[in-house]
Design a protein around this ligand. Structure first.
Ligand code: MN
Length: 450
């Protein structure tokens, strides 16, 4: 049995008894125990880092500029920036010190900001700000950590196989590289992609707008610090590099994917991924860390983890359609699933990502893979839910979907409940816009190559 102890020192920033002088509604999801990091902008102003508390954002550049954080933190160096890049590069000791300083500053019994004459400028209603991608995404990969998802996909895509799970599934976290520039923040429109898909047997493939556009419900970890080339990150050091987590929608063009994916994995079909604007820190998630499922056969030494690194997070997916919007109906809940049963944890994914000595820079976004359960309502993508379009999903207003239509808006909401409070990730939301005219795109490309 692995030793499943949690670190001995209790973390004062997640004490359920903590209260802030900022008013936090009970159902807010942003109590003082959360303090997720993001980057915001008000119209006409520069973008800058903030933490969410209640329905407000604390302007971290402003707070650091006034010297309200501990001197030994170099808070100006870290926070007077248009992004979180400097903070991500700084590493674990700085992250822990900053979080403790912010928790102390916002605590009910700390007067420094509470009674400061400029407090009104430094606390901004979330409703007045636009959220931006909070850091330069240096790298993006996606894993395949859900045994339920991998099994269903194996049955759908390799129906002749005796075992729908590939033999290596239980030996290592299977992953694939994606494009860093494809990671966008919530509320960025998603244009329907075009590409090649298989035609009838023997016929040439067809180029056109994707007809099987899908979502994938995921949690992703955000990395900081770096490892030099040739030096793997040992699994027991994962906490030094995992800054926090975001909700991620890994948009997937299934018809394009099916034609291109063998033998090298999905490529153009994985074109964009939408992330929630708030990065919930590893410390804030401490109370929700749980041991993962037992792994049989036993995994290689470099993947053996003594600390619990699975998370008990709920991911709820809502679909808003044009018809529902026109009739004044709220979005329909189309999937609800939790992440604690993922076969491979974030720590194992990071250890595997670097086991060969491949370097990692601050600002990596690594998806843990589509989170699915065995029940239909736990399926984290439409291809699984509808068995590749064979069984349409019927919404509560009678509308049906096999895959996404133009005008559909998908929002994935993440949260964790208890002890005594809710911790929210916000949502990863994106609406599908019509494809760029494939014919015009082709002619444009041809005219440029002539
Ligand atoms: Mn994925």
């Amino acid at each position: 049995m692995p030793d499943q102890r949690i670190s001995a020192q209790p973390d004062p920033t997640v004490d359920p008894a903590l209260r802030s002088w900022v008013e936090v509604p009970l159902d807010s999801g942003f109590p003082i125990q959360n303090l997720p990091y993001g980057v915001f902008r008000r119209p006409g102003e520069m973008s800058r880092p903030g933490v969410a508390i209640g329905d407000q954002v604390v302007d971290l550049a402003g707070v650091a500029g006034l010297g309200l954080l501990d001197d030994d933190l170099d808070a100006r160096e870290l926070l007077v920036h248009p992004s979180l890049d400097a903070l991500l590069a700084a590493g674990r000791p700085t992250w822990t010190a900053l979080r403790r300083a912010l928790s102390r500053l916002l605590r009910a019994d700390t007067a420094d900001l509470r009674d400061h004459p400029r407090r009104g400028e430094l606390l901004i209603p979330q409703s007045e700000v636009q959220m931006l991608l909070p850091f330069v995404v240096s790298d993006h990969a996606d894993f395949y950590g859900s045994i339920e998802h991998a099994t269903t996909m194996g049955r759908l895509y390799r129906p002749g196989d005796h075992d729908p799970l590939l033999p290596q599934f239980r030996h290592l976290p299977i992953g694939g590289h994606r494009r860093a520039r494809g990671v966008v923040v919530s509320d960025t429109p998603i244009a329907r992609p075009s590409g090649l898909r298989r035609a009838a047997d023997g016929a040439a493939p067809v180029y056109g707008a994707c007809e099987q556009l899908d979502f994938e419900v995921e949690l992703a970890f955000v990395t900081g610090g770096a490892n030099p080339p040739g030096q793997p990150i040992p699994i027991e050091s994962a906490g030094e590099h995992i800054f926090g987590f975001v909700v991620l929608n890994d948009w997937s063009a299934r018809d394009i994917q099916r034609y291109e994916a063998m033998p090298f994995g999905p490529f153009a079909s994985k074109f964009m991924a939408t992330v929630s604007p708030w990065v919930v820190t590893t410390e804030a998630l401490g109370p929700w860390r749980v041991p993962g499922p037992s792994q049989d056969p036993p995994v290689a030494e470099y993947l053996r983890c003594r600390e619990p690194w699975n998370l008990h997070v709920t991911l709820e997916t809502r679909l808003q359609t044009r018809a529902r919007r026109e009739r004044g109906l709220p979005p329909a809940v189309v999937a609800s699933t939790t992440t604690e049963r993922l076969y491979w944890s974030a720590a194992q994914a990071l250890a595997h990502l670097t086991v060969t000595g491949g370097p990692m820079a601050p600002g990596g976004v690594y998806g843990l893979g589509t989170v699915s359960g065995w029940q239909p309502e736990e399926k984290g993508c439409l291809v699984e839910r509808t068995l590749n379009g064979a069984e349409p999903l019927t919404l509560d207003d009678g509308e049906q979907r096999t895959f996404l239509r133009d005008g559909d808006e998908v929002s994935i909401h993440g949260w964790a409940d208890g002890p005594g409070y809710r911790l929210s990730f916000g949502a990863a939301r994106g609406a599908i816009a019509a494809a760029h005219d494939p014919q015009r795109g082709r002619q444009h490309a041809l005219s440029r190559t002539r």
